[in-house]
Design a protein around this ligand. Sequence first.
Ligand SMILES: NC(=O)c1ccc[n+]([C@@H]2O[C@H](COP(=O)([O-])OP(=O)(O)OC[C@H]3O[C@@H](n4cnc5c(N)ncnc54)[C@H](OP(=O)(O)O)[C@@H]3O)[C@@H](O)[C@H]2O)c1
Length: 267
Amino acid sequence: MSTATTSPPSLPQPSDYSPVIAGRHGGKSALVTGGARGIGAGIVEWLAAEGADVTFTYASAAAEADALVGRITSNGGTARGIAADSSDREQIREVIDQVVARAGHLDVVVSNAGGGTMRPVAELSDGEVDRMIDVNIRGTLDTVRFSLPHLRRGGRVITIGSVSAHHFPNDVTSLYGLTKGAVASLVRGMSRELGPRGVTINNVQPGPVDTPANPADGPVGELLRASISVGRFGTVEEVASLVSYLASDQGAYINGASFDIDGGYSA
Ligand SMILES: NC(=O)c1ccc[n+]([C@@H]2O[C@H](COP(=O)([O-])OP(=O)(O)OC[C@H]3O[C@@H](n4cnc5c(N)ncnc54)[C@H](OP(=O)(O)O)[C@@H]3O)[C@@H](O)[C@H]2O)c1
């Protein structure tokens, strides 16, 4: 396979954009769950580069959170990380209270924290089942519903689901797919609640994306790559730029939608 098909394209970074685009989230208050590493960190960095004041949560990666805040601050952006587990209802409430105490409102909410154990259902422990449901489903639902009273007109809610919601190429993603399918259903349903309030909700469904949870050079990297028609994993920047578009004024007519971003993996 040639390098041309396996290397990510040279992507424009937020700093390469014109001032108009670079400032399109100026004055907005954003919350991203699970933002210290991986896709979430890419979203935090991209929204901050386009002018948003970003608060993000993480489970335990305090050093990565500090490094991310340092990078953003040194580029002239504003961000802060708060340790809060998305499976803990009170911790989510507390984070949202802190954002609202600081900014007075919310404009962009990205529910990204999630993940799971990839094994056949028959082999999952009770703890693994509970954890995946608690973080991926209940954590997303709580993040969205506690944010609702604080979202202004023009507000945007974006969930990070997965193509695993509808694509089952092996026997290890049934429960993970169930949780991400639930997220897609929540988004479709809630678009009916939010649209009349001038707020949209959409779901971004990545395929294999190179992150600490799913490294392109990890144990299943080669296997996954063989099924991705563009011949490579996605990058966090590619997912973040789609999220940023959905969060922008340009995305105002998109509501209740799920977008696969998977290089043709689930085609
Ligand atoms: N990478 C992929 O191929 C892929 C594909 C489809 C969908 N996704 C989805 O994309 C999202 C991000 O995945 P990723 O690959 O970027 O994962 P990752 O590399 O493991 O990063 C996840 C981030 O979320 C945080 N986090 C995890 N559980 C949390 C919890 N309970 N409460 C608060 N924060 C939590 C982590 O914090 P700590 O570092 O402190 O643990 C970390 O900052 C997930 O929803 C995942 O299901 C990923």
